[in-house]
Design a protein around this ligand. Structure first.
Ligand SMILES: C[S@@+](CC[C@H](N)C(=O)[O-])C[C@H]1O[C@@H](n2cnc3c(N)ncnc32)[C@H](O)[C@@H]1O
Length: 469
């Protein structure tokens, strides 16, 4: 059996529902949404349906079904009883009167069926298994629901508000199609989906002006998204990150972003690796590195792609604003005149703590958490070591592998007790994650003996002892 999905206008149309239990209520909800004129026929009526009748939403006839109740002015009939004889009776009467009929859970007694519905009105998605596996259709609905912004409908509102202007200003069908495709992946679309229609409209109108202007060569305003990819596990990215990655024209990605996330990109998206190389463990901490120059060329690349009208995703490990130079990149892009969509990610400290089973705060043990960088520790004159070693707090050190012996020695020198629990988490949230649990006095030697070389964070504080290995 093949059912063609058609969207039916039921506003004001007479619809009959036979049965008044929970199944009937589920169907009635959709009929109400469609503003149908509903009559329920049943000898027993559930409180939910009584309440709807009392609220004037539908009419109830307390009676057993009689084929005489089926008249040709009806648009459709739903039989929501679990009595197969009644269902057959309803079906025959409906067919005779030429009225659409659905006997719930009996596809052979249906001329139409209800799909599982994803409702982002006015965007509506119908999913059906043609009556073969309704539960599977509902599971698929869950998968689709998870992919779509709850505010997708606002994007349709934005498009509707611009439709007439776009038709006038872009007479060619191809130009209109290109404009809409760019718009739906732009910062204007993001504003709409955040519920800010006014801002969305201003941005969209600026895009339209740029598209029709000879000054810009018809290149519409592109968007740049700075996205946190999380510490490794690809399932730790946000739904917003996923959506933007799926619609990007070009993705500039870091060494620390899991390349598996790139599988979500469009097949024709350009993927550009722009990882920076920092000092390796064992190399002198004062070794000059080239990351400043590398950062300039990353900024240039982002802006270059945006100027060419592409939707750019800059995918960074962890969170862009935590030791990720996201602030600098954001400033540069804004200065170049482009919108920036910031998408937070799970920073390494949070991923490492959760996946290692170390709570970062704990009542009576740690009331605050401090994130510090151990990068170039020899040059850092402003680290307040007595503060770093205070009890009742958790210290998380990023980029602390190279300077680990020095950092731990400084902590001890400034009063941190040698037995304070400390842990190093290497490759946090990746399958190859390693956790070394020690104390402030033993961690550096244990890390050296374990030949740790991957990205690592160090957690220091009594909370480390809460880990159940
Ligand atoms: C340049 S910082 C980037 C931090 C990133 N923006 C974040 O929010 O996690 C690089 C440092 O982050 C830490 N890091 C990043 N990913 C990590 C992971 N999967 N496991 C442990 N540490 C990680 C390490 O300390 C590494 O040296």
């Amino acid at each position: 059996m093949f059912f063609l999905p058609l969207y039916h206008n039921l506003a004001g149309a007479r619809c009959l529902v036979i049965g008044a239990g929970t199944t009937a209520v589920r169907k009635i909800r959709w009929l109400l949404r469609a503003e149908a004129d509903i009559e329920v026929i049943s000898p027993d009526v559930s409180p939910a349906i009584k309440a709807l009748a009392n609220a004037g939403k539908l009419k109830v006839t307390t009676a057993v079904f009689d084929p005489g109740q089926v008249t040709p002015d009806l648009r459709l009939i739903i039989s929501a009883t679990n009595n197969r004889d009644v269902n057959r009776f309803v079906y025959d009467a409906a067919i005779k009167a030429g009225v659409l009929v659905n006997c719930v859970d009996q596809p052979d007694l249906c001329t139409f069926i209800f799909p599982a519905i994803v409702d982002r009105s006015p965007i509506l998605i119908a999913i059906t298994s043609m009556g073969n596996a309704p539960t599977l259709a509902r599971v698929v609905r869950g998968w689709i629901e998870a992919q779509l912004s709850p505010n997708l409908g606002k994007l349709a509102d934005l498009a509707r508000s611009l439709r007439d202007r776009v038709k006038i200003e872009l007479p060619s069908v191809d130009a209109r199609k290109a404009f809409w495709e760019t718009l739906f992946r732009s910062a204007a679309a993001e504003s709409a989906m955040q519920g800010n229609l006014g801002d969305a409209k201003t941005k969209a109108e600026a895009m339209l002006t740029a598209t029709t202007s000879t000054e810009t060569g018809g290149v519409p305003q592109a968007s740049v998204a700075l996205i946190g990819a999380g510490p490794g596990d690809p399932e730790l990215i946000t739904l917003k990150a996923l959506r933007l990655i799926q619609s990007a024209d070009v993705i500039l990605y870091d060494k620390l972003a899991n390349p598996a996330i790139l599988d979500y990109a469009r097949r024709d998206a350009e993927l550009e690796f722009v990882g920076k190389q920092g000092p390796k463990p064992g190399s002198p901490p004062t070794r000059p590195d080239n990351r400043g120059n590398q950062q300039f060329s990353i900024n240039d690349a982002i802006i270059g792609h945006a100027r060419a009208g592409r939707n750019v995703v800059r995918l960074k490990g962890g969170d862009p604003f935590i030791y990720g130079r996201g602030g600098e990149e954001m400033e540069q892009v804004l200065e170049a005149g482009f919108e920036v969509i910031m998408v937070p990610g799970i920073t390494a400290a949070l991923g490492a703590a959760s996946y290692a089973g170390i709570p970062l705060t704990y009542r009576n043990l740690s009331q605050s958490v401090r994130f510090v960088t151990g990068h170039r520790v020899e040059n850092v004159v402003n680290l307040d070591w007595p503060e770093m070693g205070r009890r009742d707090q958790t210290l998380v050190i990023y980029m602390g592998l190279v300077g680990l012996p020095t950092i731990l020695a400084k902590l001890i020198e400034h009063g941190c007790e040698v037995e304070r629990p400390a842990a190093l988490i290497e490759n946090a949230t990746w399958p190859e994650q390693r956790v070394i649990v020690a104390t402030v006095s033993t961690l550096a030697d244990m890390a050296a003996a374990a030949e740790v070389t991957g990205p690592s964070v160090v957690i220091i504080g009594d909370v480390v002892a809460k880990r159940k290995s």
